[in-house]
Ligand binder design. Sequence first.
Ligand code: HXC
Length: 270
Amino acid sequence: MTSQSITDVTFENILVEIVGSGDRKTGLIRLNRPKQLNALSDPLMDELGRALLAFDADDGIGCIVLTGSERAFAAGADIPTMAPHTFMSAFKSGLISKNWETILQVRKPVIGAVAGFALGGGCELAMMCDFIIAADTARFGQPEIKLGIIPGAGGTQRLPRAVSKSKAMDMLLTARMMDAAEAERAGLVSRVVPADQLMSEALAAAETINGFSGPSTMLIKELVNLAYQGPLTDGVAVERRYFHALFGSDDQREGMDAFLAKRAPSFKHR
Ligand code: HXC
């Protein structure tokens, strides 16, 4: 499927567009259930997965930005549809497993642009992005304990890796929210910007990434995720092999030739 056709699809729970001016553009996905503060329902997660995979498959897209509204990135999994589940129905239907982790299949960089609430599954979805740019209005939390449950989309695993054991325990056990400044101090987000500059900042970061060699951006993503998820020595060994491999690429030749000739590089993404 091409990005042209994905932007022609009428979605019920997300808005999809392509933005940017360069050779490669940005796929922008907005979560769009405003009355429910973008609560993450099954239909929403199905649509999100479809849009993410379409952008990932589109050679004209270099990077994806995932965002919500001014009030909420997402206030969590959709509580009314989750409430009636039993163990057996959750297990047999593959609750969460079947459509929440599509984002992890995406090989291009995904920037989370977060304003307002990012709670429960919303915080977990933000943490599945490659990095998070936060508005100064952003508030992060894992309040599942207040509902008598625990996080189910990686919150107990990704949060301690992102912010340390102590802060993760504090947030998970007390359900308190973290504001944007604390989230930046703790390393959960890469930068905080005034709310009215969130989208321009996120799209500018995406545009910068779009201008670089696509295979390099994909490899950096893969390798940082390896560092985040696995043992150090394995990560460094794989990094070394890919570093060697890039000396077989046109973009390495172009990038270094351009530097030596004191001109801007023109990457061909191969
Ligand atoms: C469905 C939700 C929702 C949710 C809010 N709403 N969160 N609907 N699922 N997760 C709805 C409210 O019911 C309300 O609808 C409307 O959005 C506005 O919310 P209010 O509560 O009126 O707004 P406010 O007072 O500003 O409070 C905002 C809030 C609060 C702090 C975000 O809504 C809240 O605590 N929401 C629940 C957050 C939460 O527990 N998230 C974790 C969910 S569990 P009406 O129709 O009344 O106007 C989870 C598990 C993940 O995510 C497991 C694996 C993925």
